[in-house]
Write a protein that binds this ligand. Structure first.
Ligand code: GDP
Length: 444
């Protein structure tokens, strides 16, 4: 989970401060020493840490904090403000050209996650009613073209590729012509990477840039490589010019050093963060919300946005209708669970809720939701249509058959049936409450 180490350390530091009541200058200095250590351990660039601590100290030792009734809260607020500022202050979006197509060029080293990110970005744009075209510009790794074509199929989006002989500049030019003639308003060019930065790579990217003049050059870097990611960003920005950074694999980055240093060191804002391998796992990067997550204050806004974009509204309405008519079946139960699952892992969801840090720790390492969902799906798929509609008919021998068919145990089948019955009961109760609530209101 992202920033786990840092979040733990900072939250402990602030807990101590809270217990103090009035704060002396020495208390603040001690806390700042701990914040400094925590940031260095998180692999934040040392110069960035030095400036950061300097700014906080200047603000925190002032009269208004020391004399306030809630000095600890004031210090936390200052740290929150400065963390937000450090990561870029406000959200940076990509430029959308008023004359389509908008051309976005993804650059970065091999393995950083460019191709995957191209797919994620295309999905996110598609959800905003854009018409993206994916362009396979990585001609050196034959698998890259195939990988992008597979993503295109999954997303039901066109992929422009020339399989033999063409150079990346020609491919990019032709792709843009294709976009014009097929009314695609966003062009996402996946370029080739290399294991390390070299002259050949930079020359190639520069020629694409000079020819197609992209509206956005986004650098994809792997957050887990920490300060290396920051160095890569600095070089790419100096050599090529970069409009924004996409930090991938932030889900696996417990330290967070790259996320906290890249803007301060390079001046390039982070525009998106990759939070997993799935295509839905791309988030717009909001510095203020990230700061809140680090300080254990949660990020309810991102959770709500995630729910809005992941949950299929039509499907949800359909489910609600069924609930009202009380013909909610096991198939519907499965659909509902799959929708919730799209929001991310339990760990990620809890990380966005304020004060859930402790619960998260207790659950860490338990990926039961993923496995359990697979079990539930297997069990439901092993039932006949009739059984799914009416669980009353599922007797002992049917339970045995279902367990065998789904590779689970009879206990698992029993457990699922019980969960389903409970869920149905709860829904009934909830509806009862809604109905009687209405009646009461009518009486006023
Ligand atoms: P490319 O060489 O830059 O095109 O990299 P790929 O797109 O092929 O990605 C390399 C690997 O990183 C693949 O296994 C991806 O699934 C994985 N990956 C990409 N983005 C993320 C992310 O945000 N989180 C995680 N956990 N894995 C990612």
């Amino acid at each position: 989970m992202v920033f786990e180490g840092l979040a733990d350390r900072l939250q402990q530091t602030f807990k101590k401060l809270r217990g103090r009541g009035k704060l002396s200058e020495a208390d603040v200095s001690e806390a700042m020493r701990e914040v400094r250590m925590a940031l260095l351990e998180a692999d934040v660039n040392f110069k960035v840490v030095k400036d950061f601590i300097g700014k906080i100290k200047e603000r925190a030792v002032g009269q208004e904090v020391m004399q306030s009734l809630t000095p600890a809260q004031q210090v936390i607020k200052i740290v929150n403000d400065e963390l937000t500022e450090l990561m870029g202050g406000t959200q940076s979006r990509i430029t959308i050209s008023s004359r389509p197509p908008t051309v976005v060029m993804l650059v970065g080293l091999q393995g950083a996650g460019k191709t995957t990110t191209a797919g994620k970005l295309a999905l996110s744009l598609k959800k905003q009613n854009k018409r993206p075209l994916l362009v396979a510009g990585d001609i050196y790794r034959p698998a890259a073209i195939k990988q992008l074509q597979v993503l295109g199929e999954q997303l039901d989006l066109p992929v422009f590729a020339i399989e033999s002989g063409a150079n990346p500049v020609t491919i990019a030019e032709r792709a843009i012509e294709y976009a014009h003639s097929h009314a695609r308003d966003m062009v996402i060019i996946d370029t080739a990477g290399r294991l390390h930065i070299n002259e050949e790579l930079m020359q190639e990217l520069k020629s694409i840039k000079n020819t197609v003049k992209p509206h956005e050059i986004l650098l994809v870097v792997d957050a887990m490589t920490g300060q290396d990611a920051v160095n890569v960003a600095e070089t790419f920005n100096n050599e090529l010019g970069v409009d924004g950074v996409i930090l991938t694999k932030l889900d696996g980055d417990a330290r967070g050093g790259a996320a906290l240093s890249v803007k301060a060191v390079t001046g390039c804002p982070i525009k998106f963060a990759g939070m997993g391998e799935k295509l839905e796992a791309l988030e717009s990067f909001h510095p203020d919300r990230m700061a809140s997550r680090i300080l254990g204050m949660g990020d309810v806004l991102s959770l709500i946005e995630k729910a809005q974009s992941s949950i299929d509204l039509e499907q949800a309405k359909e489910l609600e209708k069924k609930l009202r008519k009380e013909d909610f079946t096991l198939d519907d139960f499965l659909t509902q669970m799959q929708q919730v699952r799209k929001l991310g892992s339990l760990d990620q969801i809890l990380g966005m809720l304020p004060g859930m840090g402790n619960l998260k720790k207790q659950l860490s390492g338990v990926d039961f939701d993923e496995k359990e969902l697979a079990h539930i799906e297997a069990i439901i798929r092993s039932m006949t249509k009739q059984e799914r509609r009416d669980i009353q008919i599922i007797n002992g021998s049917r339970r045995k058959r279902i367990a065998l068919g789904s590779g689970t145990r009879v206990q698992d089948v029993n457990k699922l049936l019980k969960q389903f019955a409970e869920a149905k009961k709860m829904m009934k109760k909830f509806q009862g409450m809604q109905k009687s609530g209405k009646k009461n209101f009518g009486g006023f």
